[in-house]
Design a protein around this ligand. Structure first.
Ligand SMILES: [Zn+2]
Length: 230
């Protein structure tokens, strides 16, 4: 069962390594089937070069394994908390990609500095607050999902489909795993650009009108970037 879902999650996980976002096993991708109420995710600690589609674990939204013989990613409770918090989200990716993680470790948002950022993110990619000792002690991974939801707050969750977890690394999302993957790739690139721009002593943010223009021509209701859907 769920072979199409598992296939898509397998491809997204493998693509993370192809894009150079993953060192060793530091990352994972998942996708939810809202109708069936199940989430497919990478198994814990399995090397990407040894990963097969059959290894992908399927969970219900409470974390019970409904298909698969391996243990799910240790970050699964974070993914599940994000899916429970935001019904619009269909896929999630977590990495420790270098430049996004540098900002996470500095507990700093990635400011929108140019159109590369604005094409994907309508504003800064925010960084969560630090977790308290109690939040780390009990239900750490679920609490990580909670601070991500807290950081998104009441703004539309798809306007900026990413959050940096402080002292940890980035989570990105999208309509499915492939879109979450794409946003993880873009996030790493804009984090690297922002870092280098800041190193030049230029931390000026993009003009709000230019940011809005770029975001909306790709994602707004009258989007005109790319080809018409056939
Ligand atoms: Zn991590």
């Amino acid at each position: 069962m769920y072979s199409a879902l598992k296939h898509r999650v397998y491809l997204a996980n493998i693509a993370l390594t192809k894009h150079g976002l993953i060192t060793l096993t530091w990352g994972n991708a998942s996708e939810i089937d809202r109708e069936a109420g199940v989430v497919a995710i990478k198994p814990s600690g399995v090397k990407y070069e040894e990963l097969s589609e059959d290894d992908i674990v399927v969970l219900d939204l409470s974390g019970r394994v409904v298909e698969g013989s391996l243990r799910p990613s240790s970050d699964a409770p974070t993914h599940l908390e994000i899916y429970r918090s935001f019904p619009e989200i269909g896929g999630i990716v977590h990495t420790h990609s270098r430049f996004a993680t540098v900002f996470s470790q500095a507990v700093r948002a990635i400011p929108p500095m140019g159109t590369t950022h604005a094409d994907a993110f309508l504003g800064a990619v925010e960084c969560t607050r630090r977790l308290t000792p109690e939040e780390v002690e009990a239900d750490y991974e679920e609490n990580t999902g909670r601070v991500i939801a807290e950081t998104v707050g009441s703004r539309p969750v798809m306007d900026v489909p990413a959050v940096l977890v402080s002292e940890h690394g980035p989570f990105t999302w999208g309509a499915d795993a492939a879109e979450a993957l794409k946003n993880a790739v873009i996030l790493e690139e804009v984090a690297a650009m922002a870092w280098h721009t800041a190193m030049l002593g230029k931390e000026r943010e993009i003009s709000p009108h230019l940011m809005k223009k770029h975001y909306e021509r790709k994602h707004g209701k009258d989007a005109y970037y790319g080809q018409e859907k056939r």
